[in-house]
Write a new protein. Sequence first.
Length: 224
Amino acid sequence: MPARRASEDIEIILENNGGDGGVRPPNDRDGDGGDDADKHQPQKPARDDQYVTAILVGMVSITVFFLVLVAVFFIRRGISKDWVPVHLPVLIWVNTIVLLISSLTLELARKRFVQFDFSGFRRIWRITTLLGILFLVGQTIAWFQLAHQGIFIATNPASSFFYIFTAAHAVHLIAGVVALMYISLRRPRPQDVSLPVITKAIGYYWHFLDGLWICLFVLLTLKK
């Protein structure tokens, strides 16, 4: 009887192990060996989805905000009898060129990063940052020029929208400049898998603001 019971126990063990008589290795998730195994796993690169999605959500919300302003702009201009178009200072044209150049330098910087030219990347990226700051300074000077001419936000509906459009765009551009400065102060390393993803997301945002300003610029130059 004991020999028969031992034989039955052996058959049960073989069946539980798949019938091949082998012993299954312990699952690392159930034991302490999982932590040691995870330590030897290669670092996974940061996913583009989470960064790109965040940027897209931000751009969509900004687009909706400006679309509402543009709709109000056309409605107000259509029913206004005191609409006096603002003669844009020449500096506004210069600022537009500066912003366009900043988009070009940003892409050149990202290209240097892909080529592992980190010194070139940091140099050109900082140029992009300086161009963004220069644009903001130029916009501020343009506001002072208009104020010197006696054109303020409450002068007429056209001047009101000029200040609202340019100020709203400048606020969003400041966020972009801060992001550019963050990357400028961060030392790039080949093993830093998040940096190329972040620079890509910042690039999307910066080009978006560039295109947004072109639309606003055309809108502000329209004559009634």
